[in-house]
Design a protein around this ligand. Structure first.
Ligand code: ADP
Length: 254
């Protein structure tokens, strides 16, 4: 019996999602942080990063976060992506109270709702670009044939359709990061969290990766938060914030 072809188009071109509404009909923020506190217990004593941090991000925003090394930018992304827990406070991300998730629920939440891109691509070196992109689909139980077809579509969207058979070591830094971006988005998450996604790239490759992030952000109705040191790229976001001394403030006001 012939198997039906995988429905790639519907997975790959999901239209922009409408925001959830508040009781008064106005759009509810997709991310809401209220009174966030985060303290690490270290060998040299308590290290408090956030003391009552508040933040609301509306659906569809592309937000840059800048700040000195050690300010807590990565920690903030980790908390939003349920990779780290707040010490206290409320963190709602994609309609989910992330602090209330069990480890298993957190893994499912990340797989479903969050696309994560780091400064280093963390692609698996022994697998091809196509297999790396398909990995999150296989992890959630998708049939291999379907997963590879969807992954191929994503490689096309990042302009690497002819490099699917290449291993990460055979790709340039910019190409590796584009594969990582395809892998982050292959599950059609609502939210893209990117931690210095262009930090390890030369200017041209960084610009190309950022162009791609901008395009995919718009075409897939994403809400994106990008940590960056690059002020030019930050200025291209719909909103730019500086994290300093545990506080977020609009970049223009600094
Ligand atoms: P940024 O991304 O702004 O450079 P980070 O969020 O990575 O900052 O780290 C902020 C501070 O928290 C740093 O001083 C770092 O050493 C510390 N830190 C991060 N994670 C942990 C941890 N798991 N345990 C203890 N300290 C940590």
């Amino acid at each position: 019996m012939t198997q039906p072809s995988p429905t790639v188009a519907s997975q790959a071109t999901r239209p922009a999602r409408g925001p959830e509404l508040r009781l008064d009909g106005s759009p509810a923020p997709i991310i809401q942080i209220l009174g966030l506190e985060k303290t690490y217990q270290t060998a040299r004593g308590a290290l408090t990063l956030f003391r009552g941090l508040n933040l609301e991000i509306e659906t569809g925003a592309m937000v840059a976060i800048v700040g000195q090394s050690g300010a807590g930018k990565s920690t903030l992304l980790h908390i939003l992506g349920a990779l780290d827990a707040p010490s206290s406070g409320k963190v709602i991300c994609a309609s989910t109270d992330v602090a209330a998730l069990t480890p298993k629920q957190a893994a499912a939440f990340r797989n479903r709702e969050i696309g994560y891109v780091w400064q280093f691509h963390y692609l698996l070196p022994e697998f091809t670009a196509l297999e790396n992109v398909a990995m999150p689909l296989l992890a959630r139980g998708q049939m291999k044939r379907e997963a590879l077809a969807i992954a191929a579509n994503w490689l096309r969207q990042v302009g690497l359709e002819d490099r699917g058979g290449h291993r990460p070591g055979e790709l340039s830094g910019g190409e590796q990061q584009r594969v990582a971006l395809a892998r982050a988005l292959v599950n059609n998450p609502k939210i893209l969290l990117a931690d210095e996604p262009t930090g390890d790239l030369d200017e041209t490759s960084a610009g190309r990766v950022f162009d791609l992030v901008e395009r995919l952000h718009a075409s897939h109705g994403l809400t994106s938060i990008l940590v960056t040191h690059n002020m030019e790229l930050a200025a291209r976001c719909t909103r730019a914030l500086r994290l300093e001394s545990g506080r977020l403030s609009p970049l223009a006001a600094i």
